[in-house]
Design a protein around this ligand. Sequence first.
Ligand code: UD1
Length: 420
Amino acid sequence: MDKLVIEGGVRLKGEVTVSGAKNAVLPILAATLLTDEPCLIKGVPNLRDTNSMLKILRSLGKIADFDKGKVNVVAGKSSSYVAEYKLVSTMRASFCVLGPLLGRFKKAKVSLPGGCVIGARPVDLHLKGMRALGATIVIDSGYVIARTNKLRGAYIYLGGVYGSSVLATDNVMMAAVLASGKTIIESAACEPEVVDLADFLIKMGAKIKGHGTPVIEIEGVKHLHGAVHSIIPDRIEAGTLILASLITGGDVLVKNVQYQHLGALIDKLSEAGAHLEHHDGTLRVKAGRRLKPVNITTLPYPGFPTDMQAQMMSLMSVTGGISVITEKIYPDRFMHVSELNRMGAHIQREGPYAIVEGVKILSGAPVMASDLRASAGLVLAGLAAQGKTSISRIYHLERGYEFIEEKLINLGAKVWREKE
Ligand code: UD1
């Protein structure tokens, strides 16, 4: 296993380009199961998670080639409707093959993904949606076995205890596109990645309205065809790079940014006193005076994204005051708190709250990454800290950040890998 070593304290400077969105590409690849015709997906980030999804597609009978940001998916000689535990357990997003398999083959056997360090992560909303469309579902030996004679459109209220669910909305939408009649998904997730999936499905011939709002309407069609699609830029990677510039006192031009996808983050950064210049898909982030503390509450889109919470906590660790961070999506997503405190941060966790008292300077330390976004938060802290930080279990970072070391090195950061 590798660890990432960072010699902190370098002001980042230069230009960096954001890659395609991980959370858009994964369900879009799953959606190619809805047709036998060829699909071409462009702007695909080279990530561990992308490769996991390609392995699942191949295990389900697709031929999927990945070359220079493009994925070609065509039908193989035979197909399967079983997504195995050893593949699904590596990545929760693999569970969104359930909807397309059920829509296409009227049966699906998909391993339950299990929990992870950020919380329990149930799939009840996914199953509720499939049942509403007419599937019978049995859980057997860790697998969801779903069957139907015919999927029929239905009214489905898909809100849960923590609000809307991104992958449940994706999954149900993918099952409903081939159902007979009209489906209405109420309390649907509004995330840009859900919109990107809907746009891809529409290119395949699906009839969808209202995507990007809490009410999605789907008129089932008999058949979907192949399509060509380019993935939207990754708003979480963009946000992480913006924070990398701010936390190091840098001056970075972030390219391939969809400004309107970053509303909640940019609003909070402006409140903290950051100066951001937006021009035609680029954002110049020039750090100025020390930032002021701000309070954030994570919420479903367009609220502040939970996937930016750890990174924002690192930034708030070095402001001139106290910030309160409230986690409303995954109340246990605070594994990074103790690691940041090892670097000299002053953070106290109280249930779903973290109280962050800004310090003047963080100091480099050996720390451990617990999950994807926590590792991004630790990288930011390491870039800002005095001295050397080594981050173990850095494979988490590879799940969601394409060429991140190269990108940071190009901006002047002193970052390298060492064997643990
Ligand atoms: C997606 C993102 C992930 C992000 C998360 C929240 C992908 C591949 N992953 O994950 O990066 O952190 O959205 O923005 O897009 N819930 C239930 N029952 C369910 C499903 C979810 O109670 O059946 C709960 C979850 O435990 C959580 C909340 O709903 O508390 C939101 O989770 P959800 O939007 O489903 O997250 P994912 O789609 O898995």
